[in-house]
Structures are given as C-alpha cells and as structure tokens.
Design a protein around this ligand. Structure first.
Ligand SMILES: [Zn+2]
Length: 219
C-alpha cells in the first residue's frame, strides 16, 4: 500500500515508514506521522484525482480549490420562465403605472416581493447558464462561493469548527449542510457533482482531524 504525507501530500518512501514504531517520516517536509493514521490516504487520493465532468479539485502547497459548474439543462426551462415572470409581474406592478402616467404606492408595494423573487430567479437562471459553486481553503479555512464569474455570494468557512457534514433532506433540496455554521452548498449542482463536493469536504475534514492528532513530538 502506498502512503502520502498528510502535511505536504508527497508520496512517503517505503524506507521512511516504520510499522513497528508506528512512525513515518516525510523526507520532503520532515513531517512525522503515525502510520496507523495514514491508512485510507490511498483511497482519498483516488477520489480527489477523479472528479466527475464539470467538477474540479486542485491543490497547491498553500491552497485547496474545488468546485463544480452550476450549468444545467434546467436553463432551457428557466430562461423562458424567468423572462415571462419578470415581464408579466413587472408589467402589472410598474408598467401600468408608466402607462397611466402616475405613481401608485399600492401597486409599487405589492410589486416588491415579485421584484425580489424576479431577482432571485434571474440569479438562478444565470447560474444554470454558466455559474459555479467553489470552495477555496488554506488549512481548512476559506470561503464558499456561489455565483457567476466574480459576482455572487461568498461565505467564510472554517472546517475545523465544523461538527457535521451531511446531505440535507428534501427541504434543502438534497444540498450539503455543514453544521453548526449552517452553510448550505451544492444546491444548484447535479447529483454527481454534489456527491463529489460532499466526498471532498468529508475527506478534507478527516485530513484536518488527522493532522491535528498526528504527532509532531516524534524523534
Ligand atoms: Zn511531507
């Protein structure tokens, strides 16, 4: 079985692994870990290196970035629906005011929730055309981004403070839920992409836990 250094991700050479003393010393970075905590790294690397189409995972010495495109065939439904929604509701609430040539407070107020729903629909529609959900982290601390190009919603994430990573129920549309921060992600992704993000989050959390319990006090 091959092992990878939990600190720098370089492969551990067989001669640097001592099963009797349960110690492994990374030649690349000098990190010492317990061999017993290294089990499973192989399977982990396998998952990380094979994202499904439309998903990605990349790792440098300092940063981990993974995510998936929110592009989806739903766009074919969302685009005409959103255009229709905005045209009809905005036409009734505000267009009529322009047509009458006078301001109506009542119609303006009634129109507001439809305007907000319209904006949300536009956002979801743009996501379905070409957005992404992406996590970037440094030692388990980083951001979760949902949006298009540079525009969208960012939330900070500290994986060390996360107690559970689960797939939410039907009320969350099957999205991934991180507690106790209550960060929801993957809601706009197809199932294979969301499952991949779910696995990556769990692996990174496990890696973080392993790193915290790994022994830096060895010879
Ligand atoms: Zn190392």
């Amino acid at each position: 079985m091959k092992f990878t250094c939990p600190n720098c991700r370089q492969p551990l050479l067989p001669e640097s692994i001592n099963v009797q003393t349960d110690l492994a010393l990374c030649k690349a970075c000098g990190w010492t870990s317990r061999v017993s905590t290294l089990v499973g790294v192989d399977a982990e690397t396998e998952v990380l290196q094979h994202p499904p189409p439309g998903a990605w995972y990349s790792e440098t010495e300092s940063e981990v970035v993974f995510g998936a495109t929110t592009r989806s065939p739903k766009a074919f439904v969302l685009v005409p629906f959103t255009i229709g929604w905005v045209a009809i509701t905005m036409g009734i609430a505000y267009g009529t005011q322009f047509a009458d040539g006078k301001f109506s407070l009542g119609r303006s107020l009634i129109g507001l929730p439809f305007l907000l729903a319209g904006l949300l629909l536009v956002f979801l529609t743009l996501l379905s055309i070409g957005g992404r959900e992406e996590v970037s982290m440094r030692d388990g601390v980083g951001t979760v981004f949902v949006g298009i190009a540079r525009f969208g919603r960012r939330r900070s994430l500290n994986l060390a403070g996360t107690e559970s990573i689960e797939l939410g129920g039907r009320n969350l549309g099957g999205a991934i839920l991180l507690r106790p921060q209550f960060i929801v992600l993957g809601g706009t992704l197809t199932k294979p992409r969301r499952d991949f993000i779910f696995e990556v989050l769990k692996l990174l959390k496990a890696r973080l836990d392993r790193k915290q319990t790994a022994s830096p006090d060895a010879p």
